[in-house]
Design a protein around this ligand. Structure first.
Ligand code: ASP
Ligand code: MG
Length: 416
């Protein structure tokens, strides 16, 4: 019998009525003949509240106890859904992370899944029981509860899907799929029927917050097909590609995508801060002297440019996550004697805008089109970076909306 994982996010299980709605959706898939494992988040707001309690007592607290506290939200929802299913006559039971167990490493607060023991789980599923699994939680090597990082129940769902060999992992959320751009900013954005893992990975890491980035990585590695869909729509409608298709956005291998768009979507991230290290000696080893200490401090540097050198000196500009900005500045100041710069300039009011598409691999001119469109609007590009399937630019954050709309139009993504 084919297996299916259904994952519901915090808003989808936000109150008792919604949990009953989830139970009906699960029953439908059981009636369709699937063996179902459900993975749940905590009710929306719960995890934040729990984090808040811990911080109130001690801003810097024992990470193991943090995990014990914040994992509690999921314990409530899995129990509630199990009884809601039982009320509908569907046999179901809850599973906490440690009961399966979902084994993780020891990095409390952002643990990685190492292994899922499926024997017991599958036995029960074979007996016709829906497995209701708490997302976000795991069991560390020291037998203590771990959590997978905020938004981690997406990753739990994908990992469970891979472990039980599910045909698909449906991610039910409060949006009905992945869009060409943020629909709150670009009104003409349209839902994508399909998107490749690689594109979704770029979209997720660039701020399209539909899926946790790590869940997409995991799905790509294990080739788990992900369907992003709304929990507030009827389940029984046909998808854009007919009867056997589903209505949301399918995140899948690019072999499953016939029409490879040159640009599939435009993402943006306000999570970058720009730093310029001025007048460093233009000699071998200078980049290492700047980025070495940042790497040692586990600060991720994203975009980098080195300016043309004048009289054997040069400026180096790069971006770091906004949350790491203060720390990055301090690391650089501390290493001033080694790096030998004159001044540190910074600008946190920047946004990274990226155009993404697997079709870029075989098409030239995508970047040029982007630069021309921004120039036409008088938007200055501060830093550029590219990869095989994306072009990113850093611009002043006040131009975010203007840039997104212009680019959306330039690449003909505006819905007809
Ligand atoms: N409840 C956790 C959080 O809010 C995990 C999740 O929802 O994915 O981050
Ligand atoms: Mg989420």
């Amino acid at each position: 019998m084919a297996r299916l994982v259904m994952k519901f996010g915090g808003t989808s299980v936000g109150d008792v009525e919604r949990i009953q709605n989830v139970a009906r959706k699960v029953k439908q898939e059981v009636d369709n003949g699937y063996q179902v494992a459900v993975v749940l988040s905590a009710m929306s707001g719960t995890t934040n509240q729990l984090v808040g309690y811990a911080k109130e007592i001690a801003p810097l607290h024992d990470a193991r106890e943090y995990d014990t506290i914040v994992a509690a939200g999921e314990q409530i929802t899995v129990g509630l859904l199990s009884i809601a299913l039982q009320e509908l006559g569907v046999p179901a039971r809850s599973w906490l992370g440690w009961q399966i167990p979902i084994r993780t490493d020891a990095i409390h607060g952002s643990a990685r899944i190492a292994e899922i023991e499926t024997t017991d789980l599958l036995n029960r599923m074979d007996q016709g029981m829906v497995a209701v699994v708490a997302g976000f939680q795991g069991l560390g090597p020291d037998n203590r509860i771990t959590t997978l990082g905020r938004g981690g129940s997406d990753t739990s769902a994908v990992a469970v899907a891979a472990a039980i060999g599910a045909e698909r992992c449906d991610i039910y959320t409060d949006v009905d799929g992945v869009y060409t751009c943020d629909p709150r900013i670009v009104k003409t954005a349209s839902k994508l029927d399909r998107i490749s893992y690689e594109e979704m990975l770029e979209m997720a890491s660039l701020g399209a917050k539909v899926l946790q980035t790590r869940s997409v990585e995991l799905a790509m590695v294990h080739k788990v097909r992900l369907q992003v869909r709304s929990s507030f729509e009827e389940n029984n409608q046909d998808g854009p590609q007919g009867k056997n298709d589903t209505p949301g956005t399918l995140v899948c291998d690019e072999d499953e995508i016939v029409e490879k768009a040159i640009v599939s979507g435009i993402a943006y991230s306000r999570d970058e801060a720009k730093i310029t290290v001025t007048r460093v000696p233009d000699t071998p080893g200078v980049a290492a002297s700047i980025f070495g200490p940042l790497a040692d401090a586990a600060i991720n540097v994203d975009m980098i440019i080195q300016n043309v050198s004048e009289d054997n000196h040069t400026d180096m500009t790069f971006t770091v996550p906004k949350s790491e900005f203060e720390r990055a500045m301090k690391v650089l100041e501390d290493n001033k004697p080694d790096i030998n710069f004159v001044e540190l300039k910074h600008d946190p009011d920047v946004v990274k805008v990226s155009v993404i598409g697997i079709g870029m691999r075989s098409h030239a001119g995508v970047a040029q089109k982007m630069f021309a469109a921004l120039a036409e609007k008088g938007i200055n590009i501060q830093v550029i970076s590219t990869s095989e399937i994306k072009v990113s630019v850093l611009i002043a954050s006040e131009y975010t909306e203007l840039a997104l709309r212009a680019l959306h139009n330039t690449y003909d993504l505006d819905a007809a």
